[in-house]
Design a binder for this molecule. Structure first.
Ligand code: SME
Length: 169
């Protein structure tokens, strides 16, 4: 792992620098999960590696779909996260309900946003789908920076979550 990997990418990094950091982190995750078949270990590794790779990642973690109506918290990094989220609440519930990524530049404008921290300004939530299309989990990232996430983040995190769902779903 490069020495730079131990320094979170600054919030004002260029698109090329962000893309390169995602490449580095995903290579590290792939190496760390080589031969691993435990889903909890995979979630913990993904949350840890991504959380420490980007300054803008202030809360990074998973919510697991324990029924087709309820999410329960999984491995995460950052401050206390709420433990249970019904599919009909919050940004995470919207991602689970619609099975579509929720890219939220301003959480204060998202109806029903659940604020686990008063400092959160923006958020991205990506569904993790099983091969049969059912929701396995959602991957949630909160930032204290407004509009911290863009199409590049969405594309990279969707590719990661698609691979996770195919492998562990
Ligand atoms: N903001 C999320 C809740 C999870 S905490 O941010 C970790 C939501 O609105 O679903």
């Amino acid at each position: 792992m490069s020495a730079e990997m131990h320094v979170p990418l600054p919030r004002d990094a260029s698109a090329d620098e962000k893309a390169r950091r995602y490449d580095e982190v995903f290579a590290a995750i792939e190496s760390l999960l080589d031969g691993e078949d435990d889903w909890i270990a995979a979630m913990a590794t993904v949350a840890c590696e991504l959380h420490h790779a980007f300054e803008a990642y202030d809360w990074t973690g998973f919510y697991r779909a324990v029924t087709d109506e309820l999410l329960v918290i999984g491995p995460y990094q950052g401050g206390h996260g709420c433990l249970r989220i019904p599919f009909d609440r919050g940004v995470c519930g919207a991602a689970a309900r619609t099975r579509e990524t929720q890219l939220v530049p301003n959480v204060h404008e998202f109806p029903g946003h659940i604020a686990c921290a008063s400092s959160t300004e923006s958020e991205i939530v990506v569904p993790v789908l099983r091969p049969d299309g059912r929701v396995l989990a959602v991957f949630d990232v909160d930032s204290d920076t407004p509009a911290a996430f863009d199409a590049l983040d969405q594309a990279r995190l969707e590719a990661l979550c698609a691979a996770l769902g195919a492998r562990f779903g």
